[in-house]
Every structure is written in C-alpha cells, then in structure tokens.
Design a protein around this ligand. Structure first.
Ligand code: PMP
Length: 459
C-alpha cells in the first residue's frame, strides 16, 4: 500500500485498527481512502473503487450526498448538541422517532436512541431484564442467540454475538446466553436432510433448549433475519415463523436485529417482513443515517413499552441513557437520509434490482472456487469451498477469501471477507450498470483467485 504525500509512515504508526492482525498491518500499512462519491470511493493515489459493501453495510444513499452534508451543517449551526435526559427533548429526535414509528410494523411505536448498534443491543439486554423484573420474574434473564450471529462488540452485546473471534481471549460470553445452531442449510444440514427437516431440527433444538433450561429462565431470543457479519446466511423456509411461535408459547421476547437488514436491504422495508414475522423489539442502525453519523434506534412494541413505563413510574426513573442518545445532528441526518430513501424510492430500487443482482451472483455457483452463493435483495455472499459436494472449506482457514478480496480491490471493487465468504452489500442507490460492473470485477477476481489457489497448491 502507498502512503499519500500528506502522510509519513511514522504518522500512521499510532493507530490500532479493529479486526486487524496488528503485526501484519505494521508491515503492510492501511489502504487510505480519501474521498467518496455515489457508489464510488477513491484511495490516496486516486484509484477508483466501487464500494461493494457500502462501507460497513451502511451507506444507503451513497457517499457525499449533499443533502446530508447540508442537514448536518444546518443542525450543527442551530443546535449542535442537546440531550434527551430527564424530560428534555429537541425536534430532530422527536421527528426521527415519529418517522421510525411510521415505517416499522404496526404496534411498534416507541423509539430509544443510542450511538451504535452495540450500545443498542446492550440497551436491549437491559430493557429485557428491566421488563422481567417489572413483571416480578427476576429469574427470567437468559438470552437465546445463534452461532455466527453478530450483535455487537461490547461486553454484553459481544456475548450475544456467536463468533469465536469475538469471544476467545476476551473472556466472553459474560451474560447468560445459549447459542443455537446457525440456520444455514448448506453448511449445517446433515447428509440427506431436506430443508424442511433442517428447519424442524433447529426448531426442536430451540424448544428442547428452552425446556431443559426452563422457560421461566429464558427472557429473549435475538437474531438477524439474514445474518450479516457471520457470512450472509439466509434462513431456511419456515424458520422465523417457527421461532415466533416458540417465543409466544413460552413468553419469550423476540428481538430482530435489523442493523444490517433494515431500510430496504432485503427487498422489504425490514428483514422481519421478508421472513414473515413481527418481533417485540427491533434494533436498527447503519442505513438509518447511511452511517454519516453514528446512531442506532431501538423500537419496541406497546407490550414492552407499557411494562417498562409502568415500572419507571414506580421506581421514579429508567436509569439508562447516553450523553449522545438521540444526538441532534445524528437525528437530523437520519431524518434527511430516510427522506431521501423515500423520495428516491431506494427500498423499491433494491426490490427491483434484486432479481438482476441475485441471478448475477448465482452465475458464479459453478465457479471452481465457489461452494455456495446466497442472498436476498441487495445483500449477497459467495462462500468459497475446496470441495463443494462435501462442503469443505479451504485450509488453512482465512487465507483464500481475503486473497480474493485483494484481487477484487485490484479490479476496482471493495468487498469484505467474512470467514470463508465474500460479502456484498452495495449502496441502495446502485444502478443496473453498477451491478454489471460489480459482477464483472468480481468475476475477474474469482478467476484470479482460482489461478492463485492452484499455484499455491490449496486446491
Ligand atoms: N448488530 C448487527 C446485526 C451488526 O451487523 C452490527 C455491526 N456490524 C452491530 C449490531 C453492532 O453495531 P456497531 O458496530 O454500530 O456497534
């Protein structure tokens, strides 16, 4: 990687990077992105890339959208900061909460803001515990989550996350949580098992877990409708309605983590709608502001809200909140961002381009490097495999997918390797031509990856 003229190697030696092999990073240095426009970003040498992951699954309206710049500047000038503690408020957070209540499923009308998805899920854990304490059942505190799920990185939200790298040597999980089988048919089905049998087995596993641990101890089930950061896993048919039914049967709150799925990504406004279930609690972030500002929103249904609110009337307060909860600049940007999504019908764009994008990706299913292609709407994953039939990954783990992602960057496409999967999640503003470009660049990178795998003796 080249360092731009304005920076010296010694200048960049001070930053520690998330999700990075720090020693390798010291040798290689970072790729420095200097500007973005629409679906494109540019590095310090002026090379253009399509941002095929929308940053981190975030930038719905594209980079450098002038309306968001203006909304932020206007709010900065007018009221750069105020908080929402103790009966105070400001218009941007009121308006954004109103907008979210309007967009989310019926009966989900109360919104609480945090600064990140992780904080939002931490807040959800506290809300769920507070809720059960309010109902006089302090033993009902455990969470059910899934292997490969991603719900954040703090001590509590990171405990819900079901990825080994986020637990190992961080001494997690630190809250009571049971991780169930990842609902990914291709990888986790037993030999000869049909998709319907796989769904039934996972639902039985969930119910057996509830019964063996005791329904009186299980507070909530949390999941992403489509798993994102674990490798873009779409659920098998019938899975989510089955989970909803179990939650109803055992009085367990259902939390839909829509941080990646929300705002049109899956071809419906929210991922839960794609899979036919209504949660009790939804968590949104990322595309909420196109990540121009850090912001997350928890939306709860009337049952959860009223129980919590009644309890605060007894206790005197809901003792939780952040200095930046509902930050006015973040909310003003979020509101303008959602207006753009509506006015430009970007959720409709995702739905319209779904077939082209998904069919285009599935053309790689027979590529010698590819095990499975999956996705919905404008999110996709290409899982690489050494042996497609036996569903065997390349060894050593974590080598081939990052190399393909490197080839993608050389071809002018930024994607991300999540374990053995190359993830795609382009900005919602993509056009048909952009999709053609993404597929062409990806195809060249896969071909180069195959040559490389053979040369390295990994095939
Ligand atoms: N939930 C999901 C589904 C996510 O994908 C993420 C972030 N990738 C989070 C929660 C955590 O959000 P943040 O990084 O803003 O803390």
């Amino acid at each position: 990687n080249k360092i731009p003229n304005s920076l010296h190697a010694s200048d960049i030696a001070h930053s520690m990077h998330p999700y990075t092999n720090m020693r390798l990073h010291e040798e290689q240095g970072p790729m420095i992105i200097t500007r973005g426009e629409g679906v494109h970003v540019y590095d310090s040498e002026g090379k253009e890339y399509i941002e095929g992951l929308a940053g981190l699954w975030s930038v719905a309206v594209g980079f450098s959208q002038p309306r968001l710049v203006e909304a932020a500047a206007k709010q900065m000038a007018e009221l750069p900061y105020y908080h929402s503690f103790a009966h105070k408020a400001h218009e941007p957070s009121i308006r954004l909460a109103e907008k979210l209540a309007e967009m989310t499923p019926e009966g989900m009308d109360r919104v609480f803001f945090t600064n990140s998805g992780s904080e939002a899920n931490d807040t959800v854990i506290k809300m769920v515990w507070f809720y059960n304490n309010a109902l006089g059942r302090p033993e009902k505190k455990k969470f059910l989550a899934r292997n490969k799920g991603y719900h954040g990185i703090t001590i509590a939200s990171g405990s819900l996350t079901g990825l080994p790298a986020n637990h190992k040597d961080f001494d997690l999980p630190a809250i009571p949580v049971t991780h169930l089988t990842c609902p990914h048919y291709w990888k986790w089905a037993e030999d000869g098992e049909t998709e319907a049998e796989f769904t039934a087995r996972l639902l039985k596993e969930a119910e057996d877990t509830i019964l063996s641990e005791g329904p009186e101890t299980i507070a909530a089930f949390i999941g992403e409708p489509v798993m994102g950061a674990g490798g873009v896993m779409t659920p098998p048919e019938g899975y989510w309605p089955g989970i909803r039914a179990l939650c109803d049967k055992y009085d367990i709150l259902l939390v839909s983590d829509e941080v990646i799925n929300g705002f049109g990504r899956c071809g419906t406004p929210f991922g839960c709608q794609k899979y036919g279930f209504t949660p009790d609690i939804m968590v949104t972030s990322k595309q909420l502001t196109s990540s121009y500002m850090p912001l997350a929103a928890i939306i709860v249904n009337d049952k959860v809200y009223n129980t919590i609110a009644d309890h605060t009337a007894k206790l005197g307060t809901f003792g939780h909140g952040f200095t930046g909860s509902g930050h006015p600049v973040a909310c003003a940007v979020g509101l303008e961002n959602l207006k753009i999504i509506e006015e430009q019908d970007l959720m409709g764009n995702a739905a319209r381009l779904e077939a082209k994008f998904q069919e285009g990706l599935r053309k790689f299913a027979d590529h010698p490097l590819v095990g499975e292609v999956r996705g919905v709407g404008l999110i996709g994953g290409i899982e690489l495999a050494k042996d497609k039939e036996k569903r065997l990954s390349f060894e050593p783990a974590g080598k081939v997918a990052p190399q393909v992602v490197k080839f993608c960057a050389e071809e002018g496409l930024i994607l991300r390797a999540v374990y053995e999967t190359v993830a795609l999640c382009p900005p919602l503003i993509v056009t048909e031509e952009d999709i053609d470009q993404i597929l062409a660049r990806l195809g060249r990178a896969l071909d180069r990856g195959w040559e490389w795998v053979q040369a390295e003796g990994l095939a």
